[in-house]
Design a protein around this ligand. Structure first.
Ligand code: IFM
Length: 453
């Protein structure tokens, strides 16, 4: 069966990671500007001030996308570039940038897919209480409506939030290494999450009100994405529990999809979650549940690796030893089976079509004497994961597309520019772009619609 004929092959990026032009054309500061400029927060003192300078190189970048044969491009909008204070006065030059980017993509027959929030909250809104401000969902809806009115005639695919899991775990808990660098307890972090969930709900409402009926709206989730030690019903059930239930032997408190996605799809938490978190979890009224669980059209999954899980003697999930295919430059284990299982189990639970909104690896890529980048590790990585995705397609899981992370090397948050995830190599000194061997390989995959994997 393989991938459907309208399956979209693309690549993804995020505004703060690539755009640069941090202080140009009226853009307001975001929490990532503040965080990256605070000494000691980012490896080598890197910032996103320039990054890939995509703001100025976007035409060249779109031309490279077309050379690779991309059918879709997932990018994020910098909230503070279009609304410098997060609400109120708009910045015409910022809006104009996204207009031009979208037009350039369409001219090359590449479908745009816009993410509204990929972590760079306007600093002005953060200063007003951030996700704890009782008006935050209205501000988010204002932003969503603004972008939908501006780009909705040309952008058919929208994502509200990217990885709430990472926003909470890396930005708001002890040990946080991402902006805003808050160190809250569990109660505080769950309040932040509630603000994001309500904002997602109001955001979907605002998008629906402004977009054509054909628009596809989703959100992008990561978190625990495990795979069973065997195909036995017990191990598969234990894997389900590890992904959607309360923490298992190796899970940390705030990773389960049950905390993030159950409210989005069911408007409430399971009894297990309520019992486990007790009073730490802020209650959701029926009206709030209905708002948060506005129907959406797809679930985006960002998948890099997973844990091998089996059923313990009591049936509960336990982590099993597993030899990965290798490790990425980030030291993440290479576990392609996690892709098959995550899309299968996520679709089973939530029932909507799935889009892979991120998948890829960081690698120690260099431009060789022949002026090429021979990243055979990435080709091996991507083919092994894509074969697992095709297995899910063969079994009938509805899959909308695959957005490789990332189109180009970029500012990898706390790691600065040291981790290279791109299909395109960036020389940060000269801003020279060099498509890697994996880009050429991906072109062949796209042309064969994944048949040649
Ligand atoms: O670079 C990030 C991206 O912004 C969100 N998902 C994971 C990627 C790799 O760490």
């Amino acid at each position: 069966m393989g991938f459907s004929k309208d399956f979209l092959w693309g690549a993804a990026t995020a505004a703060y990671q690539i755009e640069g032009a941090a202080n140009e054309d009226g853009r307001g500061p975001s929490i990532w500007d503040t965080f990256s400029h605070t000494p000691g927060n980012i490896k080598n003192g890197d910032t996103g001030d320039v990054a890939c300078n995509h703001y100025h190189h976007y035409k060249e970048d779109v031309a490279l996308m077309a050379e690779i044969g991309l059918q879709a491009y997932r990018f994020s909008i910098s909230w503070s570039r279009v609304l410098p204070e997060g609400t109120g006065a708009t910045n015409e030059k910022g809006l104009d940038f996204y207009d031009r980017l979208v037009d350039e993509l369409l001219a090359k027959n590449i479908q745009p897919c816009a993410t509204l929030f990929h972590w760079d909250m306007p600093q002005a809104l953060y200063d007003r209480g951030s996700w704890r401000n009782p008006d935050i969902a209205e501000y988010f809806a204002e932003y969503a409506g603004l972008m939908a009115h501006r780009l909705g005639d040309r952008v058919p695919c929208w994502i509200t939030f990217n990885e709430m899991v990472v926003v909470i775990n890396c930005g708001h808990l002890p040990g946080s290494c991402h902006a805003p660098g808050e160190k809250l307890d569990r109660t505080g972090a769950l309040k932040v999450l509630k603000g994001m969930l309500l904002s997602h709900g109001r955001g979907v409402e605002a998008l629906r009100a402004a977009l054509p009926k054909t628009a596809q709206i989703g959100l992008a989730h990561c978190g625990v994405m495990n795979f069973p030690a065997s195909d036995s019903a017990e191990d598969v059930e234990a894997t389900r529990q590890s992904m959607f239930g309360v923490p298992d032997d190796n899970g940390s408190d705030l990773h389960s999809a049950g905390i993030y996605l159950d409210p989005v799809f069911f408007g409430k938490y399971t009894d297990d979650v309520l019992t486990y978190f007790g009073e730490d979890v802020p209650p959701l009224s029926p009206e709030e549940g209905t708002l948060i669980s506005q129907p959406i059209d797809f679930l985006g999954i960002n998948l890099y690796w997973g844990r091998c899980v089996g059923a313990g003697a009591d049936g509960k999930p336990e982590t099993r030893p597993h030899e990965p295919l290798g490790y990425t430059d980030f030291d993440w284990p290479i576990t392609p089976e996690a892709l098959y299982w995550s899309v299968t189990l996520m679709h089973e639970r939530y029932g909507v079509p799935i889009m892979i909104t991120e998948n890829g690896m960081s690698n120690d890529d260099r431009v060789d004497a022949d002026e090429k980048v021979h990243d055979k590790e990435r080709i091996e990585f991507l083919s092994s994961y894509l074969r697992e995705l095709r297995r899910a397609a063969d079994e009938g899981v509805p899959l909308l597309g695959y957005m490789q992370w990332s189109l180009m090397d970029n500012f990898e948050w706390a790691e600065g520019c040291s981790q290279r995830f791109g299909l395109i190599h960036i020389d940060y000194e000269t801003q020279k772009r060099t498509p890697k061997d994996s880009a050429l390989w991906y072109k062949g995959v796209i042309e064969s619609n994944g048949e040649n994997l």
